[in-house]
Design a binder for this molecule. Structure first.
Ligand code: F6R
Length: 264
């Protein structure tokens, strides 16, 4: 895997934004997988900026978000649909009907059909060209919590108590954080043609080290990315601080600089 370490979260956002700008130039009708949370905010800011400067055009782009809290209406201020509207969609020229976020307001009876429908939509769009991921401090990707099958598909899941604790900061009280979510599966994520995972801050260092340098294990769902042929981790110094093979990643990056080739 490619591992790029940058000084801070601003530089991580810049580096990730460059991957999007590059993809849009190669494929104006690209399909993106998107994430929510604190980490991608800087990146979304950069994408909005690039759109404002005429360097990005979302006209032909389709997006699929990873996950949504179950039990929230799309217009709930805590919903991931609301997050995406406020932090990206509303600020760029993406077509509303092509910006998909799983729904959290479907009945238990319909949730399975909804999830297979979401998978069918992704397939129908031609699959995801570039999937953006954050990582949970417990090693989750999307809301695939420790113990998720590495072949899992879009489904209803129960959130790990650690995730609820981590995400409580977005709610007035911890008890308000929903305990269930709809998430793309690890298997769904691994089907993306290319993946970029961004992580910042020392609270991600352990999960990042386990994902990159530990064994592939369902207890660290992000470790499944080791089985993906084209994944880039973009980390700030703090998130990279527990990596043992930093010299190797730096050597690979130097070679990239010299040859112009990407080294995974
Ligand atoms: C959000 C998602 C989660 C987050 C992860 C990190 O759509 O899929 O996996 O990426 O929980 O969240 P932050 O960035 O808030 O630390």
């Amino acid at each position: 895997m490619r591992v790029l370490t940058r000084k801070d979260s601003d530089d991580v956002a810049l580096e990730a934004a460059a991957m999007f700008v590059d993809l849009f130039a190669r494929k104006p009708d690209c399909v993106l997988g998107l994430a929510t949370g604190a980490t991608p905010l800087g990146l979304y800011g950069r994408l909005i900026e690039a759109y404002g400067e005429g360097r990005l055009d979302f006209e032909g782009v389709t997006t699929f978000n990873l996950d949504e809290y179950y039990g929230l209406q799309p217009d709930d201020p805590q919903s991931y649909r609301h997050f995406m509207e406020s932090n990206l969609f509303r600020h760029v020229n993406i077509k509303g009907e092509r910006a998909f976020v799983p729904r959290g307001d479907i009945s238990y009876r319909d949730v399975e059909a909804f999830c297979s429908g979401y998978e069918a939509l992704i397939r129908g769009a031609g699959g995801i060209d570039l999937q953006l991921l954050g990582i949970g401090s417990d090693g989750h990707i999307g809301f695939n919590e420790p113990g998720s099958s590495l072949r899992s598909r879009t489904r209803l899941v129960a959130l790990d108590p650690r995730t609820i604790k981590d995400n409580a900061r977005f709610f007035a009280r911890e008890e308000e954080c929903p305990g269930l979510a709809v998430t793309m599966g690890v298997g769904t994520i691994l089907e993306a043609a290319e993946i970029v995972l961004i992580a910042t801050g020392s609270n991600k260092a352990e999960a990042v080290a386990e994902a990159l340098e530990g064994p592939v294990a369902s207890m660290i769902p992000a470790s499944a990315l080791q089985m993906h042929p084209k994944t880039t981790f973009i980390l700030d110094e703090a998130a990279a601080s527990l990596l043992k093979k930093r010299n190797l990643y730096m050597a690979a990056e130097r070679t990239e600089g010299e040859t112009g080739l990407k080294i995974y």
